[in-house]
Every structure is written in C-alpha cells, then in structure tokens.
Write a protein that binds this ligand. Structure first.
Ligand code: TXA
Ligand code: MG
Length: 345
C-alpha cells in the first residue's frame, strides 16, 4: 500500500473513455479503483479475483467478517453469481435496477469466500451511475465494492472524501461529482422466510412491498445489537459513520431542543438541525436540510459529518429526522453515528 493516488475527472463516460479504460485495466490487473455510484463512492475490485478483493479489506482496514456487495450492470449477470434466482428477485430487478437496491441471494459457486466472508449468500446490486456502469462493462467482470471510506468513517459522497481516506492506499479515484442519493443502497434479504430490509436506503420498504408483498424491517435498523448477537448483516454490528465527535440524537420539539442547547456552555458543541431551525439555533450548527425533505438530508448527511470533524466538534446534537420513507435511512445512519445514544425531550 504505497501508491501515488491519481484522480481523474469523468463528467461523461463517452467523452472521458480513456479514464474508464484506465480504471478497467487496473481492475483486470487485480488493483483497486474508487468509483462514483449514485449512492456513495465504492472501492472496487474484480469480484472473481480473491487476491484483489483481499486488498479491499487492507486498504479500508475493514473487519474480515464483513461481506461485500457485488456490482453488475444487468440482471443476466445474476446467473453466474447465484445458485437460484427467486421470482421476487426478478420482479425487483425489473422495478428498481439499475438503482439503489441490493439483494441478498443464495451464493453461486464462482463467488470467492473472501467476497461473502464465508457466508452462503451473496449481496448483489446494479448501480445507476453512468460511470460505475461504464467501468463494470469495460472491466468485463462483476465488481466487489464496499463504500470507499476507511472503515468506521462516514461513507464518501465526493471524490475528495475518497482522497482524504485512501490517498496512498490505492492507485486511482474516478471523480464523477457528488453522489445523487448520498446514503448507501437499501439491503434486502431474499433468503429469509419473509423478505427483510437489513439496511434502509433510497428504495423504501413501502416501494418494495408494492412489488413483492409483505416485507419486514430488521430490528437492527432501529436498535443496538449486543456485540455477540446473531446479526443478519455483519455490517450492522459495527460502529459506523462516526465523526470523531460524540453524537447525540435529539428527539422532541425544537423549542425544547433550543432550551437544552442554550445550557451547553463547554467549547466544541455543535448541532445538526433542520434548515428551518438554523437561524434560531443557539450553538454553532449546520443544516441537515428542510425537515420535510429527506432526499436533501440524505444527500447532505455524510459530508456534514466530515465537516464537523474539520471544525473540531467535540459533541454534536443532531435532530432526529422523520423515520419514514427515505427518512428511515437518514435516521438509521444518524442513530448509528450516535452509537444509539438518544435524548428524548
Ligand atoms: O450503496 C451501496 O450499497 C454502496 C455502493 C458502493 O454500492 N456500497 C456499500 O457497501 O455500502 P458496504 O460494504 O459499505 O455495505 C454493505 C453492507 C454491509 O452492511 C454488509 O454487511 C452487508 O451489506 N452485506 C454484504 N453481503 C451480505 C450478505 N451476504 N448477507 C448479509 N449482509 C451482507
Ligand atoms: Mg460502508
């Protein structure tokens, strides 16, 4: 891990085809490349090359028991990755691919152990970013890609975030601009008796329900799980998305929250509030976005967590977003950034 990390701007895969070719060459040689997707930037490797995939764990400092999502461009590629494609997967691919939905399916024989962390299932998605799609097609192989951050840090939503975390650790970052969604894909298990959302994202449980009927939401989306609890998605048991500051999720009316904030006198206190509240906030604060606009909150969240670090924030009081629709994803990431510490006012 001692690279001169290069960043290439790709505004359009057709005009910038040499950058796409360069990324594809590196991936075929077993190297890592950070690529933009519509959710967050991914750190990609050839999913069928165990030596390459192993480098991802090293570059990120990722626990070896946390499996990765395999990225493809068309549902046809599912045939080489899974043993069996349930009807529900076909319907969901039709409805939401390309897009921010990851499906957990029975693992096929071609998928190396290092991708699935030894599990008998595999996570697959078809991203909806023209650069990600062009790179997968040019490489000609499925790409294993977790978020392109150092393990435990907020996921990267710009090339700058990737550079900050991975400079010197990988040869190439493709800069496709800021991510449209801003939080990671919805992870849906199709190997449970009732399909189950393991991680909420831009595709909501309500939308999934419309296509395949009843869907469960895993309790780990809302609650802390004991370290040794049996978790369906290994990623759910790690502290995540953490800025260096201590984060507290605050529930309740703004007036009560303001009163609580007015009493905070120690240095380094910050707040993450809704846009409507920014002007009347008694401590230093960033706006998460309008209260009724979870899409904007999703887009802003991870960049804000990084900015709070740059500001040297020690304690961050974050307003709890409405946990409906895409808001559930924002709520889930914030409560995990807070290590499940909440304050009810
Ligand atoms: O939007 C996204 O999903 C981004 C972009 C790059 O595609 N990727 C991403 O990957 O967020 P990562 O590795 O940061 O998160 C993948 C999550 C983890 O929580 C992991 O535990 C879970 O998916 N996962 C992967 N394979 C799984 C499996 N076979 N069974 C259960 N959970 C799995
Ligand atoms: Mg991640």
């Amino acid at each position: 891990m001692d690279y001169q990390t290069q960043t290439l701007v790709v505004s359009n895969p057709t005009d910038d085809s040499s950058a796409i070719e360069k990324a594809a060459d590196l991936l075929r040689q077993g190297e890592l490349v950070a690529i933009p997707t519509e959710t967050v930037y991914g750190l990609a490797a050839n999913a069928l090359d165990p030596v390459a995939v192993k480098k991802i764990y090293e570059a990120k400092g990722r626990p070896q028991d946390n499996p990765m999502i395999v990225h493809i461009t068309s549902p046809q590629a599912l045939w080489e990755l899974t043993e069996h494609i349930p009807d529900s997967a076909k319907k969901l691919a039709e409805a939401f691919w390309p897009g921010p939905l990851t499906m957990i399916l029975p693992r096929g024989r071609l998928v190396p152990d290092v991708v699935t962390a030894g599990m008998d299932t595999v996570a697959v998605r078809a991203p909806d970013h023209p650069v990600a799609r062009a790179v997968i097609d040019a490489a000609g192989v499925p790409l294993a890609a977790p978020s392109a951050n150092l393990s435990g840090r907020p996921s990267p939503t710009t090339a700058e975030h990737c550079k900050h975390d991975l400079s010197g650790r990988i040869p190439l970052i493709l800069d496709g601009g800021p991510c449209r969604v801003g939080v990671e894909s919805t992870v849906l298990s199709l190997v449970t008796p009732v399909p189950r959302v393991l991680r909420p994202g831009a595709i909501t449980p309500e939308q999934i329900q419309e296509v395949i009927g009843v869907v469960a939401v895993d309790p780990a989306v809302y609650q802390h799980l004991e370290d040794d609890a049996k978790v369906m998605s290994p990623g759910m048991k790690y502290t995540h998305y953490s800025p260096k500051a201590k984060v507290v999720l605050v529930k309740g009316e703004w007036e009560k929250c303001r009163a609580m904030l007015r009493e905070q006198t120690e240095p380094g206190v910050w707040a993450l509030v809704f846009e409507e509240e920014l002007n009347s906030c008694p401590v230093a604060a960033f706006s998460l976005g309008p209260k009724e606009n979870p899409d904007a909150q999703a887009r802003n969240l991870f960049a804000l967590l990084r900015q709070l670090d740059e500001k040297g924030a020690q304690v961050v009081f974050a307003r709890a977003p409405l946990d409906e629709g895409v808001g559930l994803a924002v709520y889930n990431r914030l409560i995990r950034a807070a290590g499940f510490m909440t304050l009810e006012l």
